[in-house]
Design a protein around this ligand. Structure first.
Ligand code: PLP
Length: 389
């Protein structure tokens, strides 16, 4: 069949392939420990599950507005106000089926042959995949270990050309756990003021996962770019709801209707009981968010300590999200063969850095969304694997 060439340019998120392989090995009897996939190992808090069950029992079975139920859009605006003291009009909030859908929509909106879109490298693989799908030129913004995996405003601004249409930022970041400090964000925003034709997509899906007292800085708090800022956020990570497919975006006025029309064409609305669960997540008790964060924080300490004790491995302490990106350059291994050896030989699933971009070579991603016991077992196996080879 002759399909559109754009479909030959779509990439992948290898975490899903690794998950499938890990499950296949486990089905064959191997004791596999998964430090590959980026999803909390906690169940969705029971009061949130109950809200979805109640919605189903109450007969919430039909379509909603394509942009989401009004009370949920209001709750999102209220939550952003409560946490960051920013004003968001619920009319600018769109409920979408997962965080990915906002990046899909934003990149489709700006990507076309002849334009450039900037994205973090190493970074979430879907950014580049979608940019290439649209025919736009992907421009990687290097995320460097020596800067604690924070974005350099100077380096980013230096990559802007008259073809740049969209800049993608992600802090706290996947796959490296980097957090870009306010000083760099201030500088970035100041520099972007000279380029009013550039839209900004800020992926803040890990905005409640920061450690060591770090405070999240949302791009929403910069009025000078609000007319071209698209915020990506959602429930997947904060409330352990990856399988519910729930996300939200905040759009500037003149882009909102374009995004709404794509929703009408592609997914109609987010499934209705999930929206009621999302409402309960934002308006109900928040204890589980703090409890999960405390668990991730203590595992983070274990992961960093055990990785740094391995021959040839060094690991910068991540400041956010639930990933570590150890440097494995002195082990003599390339990243993908190491990740594959760890899975096939000792049953430890990780993701090779090159799956997150060209600058990912020399690193592997460890997700510490697993129990401390499993993390200790898995990293013990990795230590032995490296010592033996
Ligand atoms: N953005 C980043 C940086 C992510 O790491 C992820 C998921 O891993 C997403 C977006 C997508 O989230 P969702 O599962 O809600 O589509």
């Amino acid at each position: 069949m002759i399909t559109a060439p754009s479909f030959d340019r779509i990439g992948e998120e290898n975490a899903f392939a690794v998950l499938a392989r890990a499950n296949a090995l486990a089905a064959d009897g191997m004791d596999v420990i998964n430090l590959g996939i980026g999803q909390p190992d906690f169940p969705t808090p029971p009061h949130i599950v109950e809200a979805a069950v109640k919605a189903m029992r109450d007969g919430q079975h039909g379509y909603t507005a394509a942009t989401g139920i009004p009370q949920l859009r209001e709750a999102v605006a209220g939550d952003l106000h409560r946490r960051f003291d920013v004003e968001v009009n619920p009319d600018n909030v769109m409920i979408v089926p997962g965080g990915k859908v906002t990046m899909f929509t934003a990149i489709l909106m700006f990507g076309q042959p002849g334009v450039e879109i900037m994205y973090p490298d190493p970074g979430f693989p879907i950014y580049r995949s979608m940019i290439e799908f649209t025919g736009a030129t992907p421009i990687p913004v290097p995320i460097r270990e020596e800067r604690g995996f924070a974005v350099s405003a100077e380096e980013m601004l230096g990559l802007i050309t008259d073809k740049t249409r969209l800049v993608i930022l992600n802090s706290p970041a996947n796959p490296c756990g980097g957090v870009t400090p306010k000083s760099e964000i201030d500088q970035m925003v100041a520099g972007l003021e000279a380029h009013p034709q550039i839209a900004i997509l800020s992926d803040e899906i890990y905005d409640q996962m920061l450690y060591d007292g770090e405070q999240h800085v949302t791009l929403l708090s910069y009025p000078e770019i609000r007319d071209r800022l698209i915020l990506l956020n959602g429930w997947s990570k904060t409330y352990a709801m990856t399988g519910w497919r729930l996300g939200y975006s905040v759009w500037p006025d003149d882009l909102y209707n374009k995004a709404r029309k794509l929703a009408v064409n592609a997914w109609s609305c987010v499934n209705t009981p999930s929206q009621f669960a999302a409402l309960e997540a934002l308006t109900g008790p928040q204890d589980s968010v703090a409890e999960m964060l405390a668990a991730f924080d203590s595992r983070r300490g274990v992961v960093v300590e055990l990785l740094n004790a391995m021959p040839g491995v060094s690991c910068v302490a991540p400041k956010g999200a639930f990933y570590a990106l150890p440097n494995i350059k002195d082990t003599g291994w390339k990243a993908k063969p190491l990740a594959s050896g760890l899975l096939e030989k000792v049953g430890v699933a990780t993701i090779g850095g090159p799956d997150f971009g060209i600058l990912g070579e020399g690193y592997i991603r460890i997700s510490y969304a697993n129990s401390e016991e499993n993390i200790r077992r898995a990293l013990g196996r990795m230590h032995e694997f490296l010592a033996d080879r």
